[in-house]
Design a protein around this ligand. Sequence first.
Ligand code: FEO
Ligand code: CA
Ligand code: CA
Length: 676
Amino acid sequence: MTRKDILEDPSIGNKAEAFEAFDDIPTNPNLARTIGQVVAGRYSRRDMFKGALAVTTTTALFGTSAMIAPRQASATGTSRYNFTELEWANDTMHHVAEGYDAEILLRWGDPITADAPEFDVMNQTAAAQLKQFGYNNDYVGFTPLNDAGTRGLLCVNHEYTNEEVMFPGLGRQDQAAFAGMTPELVDIEMAAHGGTVVEIEKETTGAWRLNRDSRYNRRITPLDTKMTLSGPAAGHVRMQTSEDPEGRSVIGTLNNCAGGMTPWGTYLMAEENFHGYFWTDVLDADGKPDLSALAEADIKRHDRYGVPGMWYNWGVHHARFNLDREPNEPNRFGWIVEVDPRDPEAMPVKHTALGRFRHEGCETTVSADGRLVIYSGDDNRFDYMYKYVSGGTVGEDKAANSALLSDGTLYVARFDEDGTIAWLPLVHGEGPLTAENGFNDQGDVVIDTRLAADLLGATPMDRPEDAQPRGDGSVYLMLTNNSRRKPDQLNAANPRPENTFGHIIEIKEDAGDHGATAGTWSILVRCGDPSVAEVGALWNPETSTNGWFGSPDNAAIDADGRLWISTDQGGNWGETGKSDGLYALETEGAARGTSKLFFRCPVGGEMCGPYFTDDQETLFVAVQHPGTDGTKDLAGFERDSTFEDPATRWPDFDPAMPPRPAVVVITKQGGGKIAV
Ligand code: FEO
Ligand code: CA
Ligand code: CA
């Protein structure tokens, strides 16, 4: 399929689906493996229901009903999540399990500062948007400002924009050669990306509310927020541009998907699909970017990252997003950004030591000897899982802690067939990472992290999303799906071809130490409907029809070590019939692999967040792009959403208002912990 085919395909209903289709062309060159290699690998030990899965390796690899652990063979295990499970469905509203409240806290366009204008959706401006809550809320973090934790700073990423439901009369612009995108609309899009920091308070009624007068409230955007660069790529010749000849500062951050909070209370924003914002005026006959004027090495580098993606036409109006004008600008995105929410004057920092790729998230923990450890997935079909371990240890001093993010070792994961994992260091001068292979220094290694990881023989995964450490040496890796994996591209850690529903891998670092360079892994669940043999799903048989899910995306661990999973099925939700939602998934004992549905999104929305406050009494979740994904599959609607005609007008249900992405606060009726 060419880019032109994709844009003209009537079955691709919105921008997010088109993005995925573009990415169907995998960029990883290291894919071919023989079936023999796979079968020769050890499989059964990695399966969770020990003794219950007496299947041949071949069966396990290709999926039959034998892959579903038989009900009678498993000891009965009761989930430790004692809420009454929600029923699965898909409709225009959000729903939470009985006995809980789910209230809207912040919506796209809500004024966040005292001087912000009220939201006027028919007359939006970039100046207004810079003082209002951004679009497509994704990661949510919280850091308390008082001991009781009843006042604190909410940190929210705004990943991308959907112009067809944001702006009246516009429709999909990527399919219309961006003909309707004026410079003003582009600047609104830019102002709606990035992040938000706001102070919120818990009232005596138990409800949370925004404090609009707080001095901490601010937006971080790709339009106007200056950031500094730290680490091996700061000042590198490949980071220099005409606006920044030193290569040490960047305006803004792009496509901030998931993230993390550091142990010292700063907010990490992951830059994910940054390639989609870069543009070229030079196209080939298929309408694809033609980079042939560039040096061969640079073509290879940009190709491996999908640059320029041309999902947005910002490069038409802002020269820095045009590759023809600023060939180094893409090198300045794809990093982890650290924001100090307690210091509104502090400039965010892009920490290049953590590598450049499509960072889904960046969750932190500490090693046994107190060093900072960060896990991060590269969300692309056939890309890798990474971790970073600092040289020094986490202490009391905030500046010293921040410096840990520029002095450490970045590793990429190799999931071996024998159930072990090896963390391979990405260090210039070691192994193949030499000038001979295009790596002149550590700056080159981090700028071209993917190419370096290719040479080290990392394992190509089924789209690594959130990687959630538990602090006990366990890590839960969400592999959301990979419909393009072919039978000759299987490996033990990615055992299903055409993996439509994804799976979750549990890693146990050696000696329970997140700083270890080796460990073991197993598959916790293979997602999808366990009643359909061809799906090859694997759940604890206690999982009900409501409880199984597809496309795990983000995760949180509660104070009792329990796992919570949010899903993003994109336009494929019709394959399960279920809306995206939040599920409670057991990892321990006889109940291991049991999942229960806790919250579900309105149609077309993706479930983001989740984040628990320290007292476990509040759970923040985010509903991203309500009303957009796969609405052709919603019975009775069966068409793509537009501003004028959306599948839902969640959360306002005001005929004059389109659907609005929003952060939702979940509390237990009568108070207390969400899960006991
Ligand atoms: Fe922004 Fe990987 O989802
Ligand atoms: Ca995501
Ligand atoms: Ca997470």
